[in-house]
Design a protein around this ligand. Structure first.
Ligand code: 5RP
Length: 215
């Protein structure tokens, strides 16, 4: 089982704040994410800026796209994104259109799992060619008290058994990673647990230490 990667979700309200966080974290993390909040606040130009500053990094545009998959994929992949997200409730046609553009740029599409989805849907996502899923405890669900539990772990394992590379996110801190020990996780994605720490680089090293300890 390969070691999980570490991804920072830049969920900032403006580009200068996102870049300040990136300066502190870029050497410590594997993947940079233009978070959904930054997408809304500043638009896709944030991807182009990250690509210009960090040409070697894997960059994700967390659009959580629900429609116009090909069009929005063209916007972010043409600016240098490697991966882009679609929401799990999007029509299959949206996923297929976005995936086609992703492949044109040698990129990939990730499906964001929120709310109600089923393994019948997941089988269909595999049929249309998706290989990456993001298992998510939503920000609002976390604030409402929803905890990680065995039910989540079972679903992550089952998705991995179906051939998905599964990333995990949602209010994660380094101390939480032991819950997922032994499960094949592609990336741990953290926002507030990294850029919100008093010492973001130190927090990233704590995540990496936990990954090295449990994988
Ligand atoms: C919210 C997201 C976040 O980027 C992701 O959950 C990581 O953020 P945090 O660690 O702060 O919860 O996709 O929709």
């Amino acid at each position: 089982m390969s070691k999980p990667l570490l991804q920072v979700a830049l969920d900032h309200l403006d580009i200068p704040s996102a870049l300040e966080a990136t300066r502190a974290l870029a050497d410590e993390v594997d993947v940079l994410e233009m978070g959904t909040i930054l997408c809304y606040a500043e638009g896709s130009k944030a991807v182009g800026i990250l690509r210009a500053l960090y040409p070697e990094k894997t960059i994700v545009a967390d659009l959580k796209a629900a429609d116009a998959g090909g069009t929005v994929a063209e916007i972010v992949f043409s600016q240098g994104a490697n991966w882009m997200t679609v929401i799990c409730n999007a029509p299959y046609a949206t996923m297929e259109a976005a995936l086609e553009v992703a492949r044109k740029y040698n990129g990939d599409l990730q499906i964001e799992l929120y709310g109600d989805w089923t393994f019948d849907h997941a089988r269909k996502w595999r049929e249309i060619g998706l290989t990456q899923a993001i298992y998510h405890r939503g920000r609002d669900a976390g604030l409402a008290g929803q905890q990680w539990g065995e039910e989540d772990l079972e679903k992550i394992r089952k998705l991995a058994d179906m051939g998905f590379e599964v990333s995990v996110t949602g209010g994660l801190y380094a101390k939480d990673l032991d819950i997922f020990a032994g499960i094949p996780v592609k990336c741990f994605i953290a926002g507030r647990g990294l850029y919100g720490a008093d010492d973001p680089a130190r927090s990233a090293r704590d995540f990496k230490d936990a990954i090295n300890k449990y994988w």
